[in-house]
Design a protein around this ligand. Sequence first.
Ligand code: GLY
Length: 374
Amino acid sequence: MESFDVAVVGAGIIGSSVAFECAVRGARVVLLERQTPGSGASGMAAGMLAPCSETAEPGPFLTLGLDSLARWPGFAARVTEESGVDCELVIDGVLRVALDEADAAVVQQRIAWQRDAGVAVQWVDADALTSFEPALSTTAGAAWYASEGQVNSARAVAAIVAAAAQHGVALRCGAAVVAVDGAGVRLGDGAVVSAATVALCAGPWTGGVLAALGISPAAIRPVLGQLIGIRGVAHPPEHVLYAGACGYALTRRDGEVIVGASEDDTGFDTAVRDAVTESLTGVARRLLRDPGAVATPTVWTGLRPATPDGLPLLGSLDVGSGPRVLVATGHYRNGVLLAPATAAGVASMALDDAVPRGWEAFDASRFPRSPAAP
Ligand code: GLY
């Protein structure tokens, strides 16, 4: 039987980052992936790095987001250098756009508490916006977060996985984990992988393993997100445009404009919804002066891992005998943003037994255990 210090389950952006960070710190790591790296939501995510634009209130989630945003430049530089794959990280600001006066009042209220909390944010009025971001259609103004940005999530996963391999991480694709027990990590083909610590980072697919460990299946559920990509936009946005519940638009390095994103409870069904595509083309038309070839978009879907209280599950589980079990999932719409901080924290837990400050709010055992709990 193969034996490792850490077995990471799931090679999305969270799992691959955890594997990378543990290996950098000297651990022998195996990365177990049911399909291929980034084949879930990580590979299709827009890659917004926007904790202040996207978070409605102060608290542990914003703190984690700010921590992770601050880590992204160093993290991206390192995995890019070690893998030769450019993550296309761009920190050139996010505009939290208000589409009407009511939304402008909400955004300005947010600016007030964020300034009190030390966040650098400026209000840009509607007139000034037309020259600041000419791609944007008519709005009621925007909050400007200069320190936020975006990363190409699919390229980031590729870079992290390749950098992890440089540090000796053993990647096993097609390895479906069915259980974790006293023997180790059990795979669907009957193989068992032995590890001192198992880190469950399989997004919505973590739920099945958690249920087998006695954690309520309600702790993690899949929520489908759909995005469109538009070519031929003559004047693409220079910054990430985020308009709250309406949606967002951002420009990739190759000029494609990504517009997102939906939220639908479809179980594990990832089929594209035509009505959602239609609605996203409406978002593009609302946000952009020039929506390019919006009538013929590329369309993606992915399943995000959601929790009942909107906070990720980060921490250890008391599972009795067998390997130590850590959980890092439930990042919902912010997995890309939160990957570097999650990886650093999980590696500290796995290798130093140190729980990061402020992670109590993300306690992995905060949901009821099922009667089958060990
Ligand atoms: N944070 C980007 C998204 O929710 O799709």
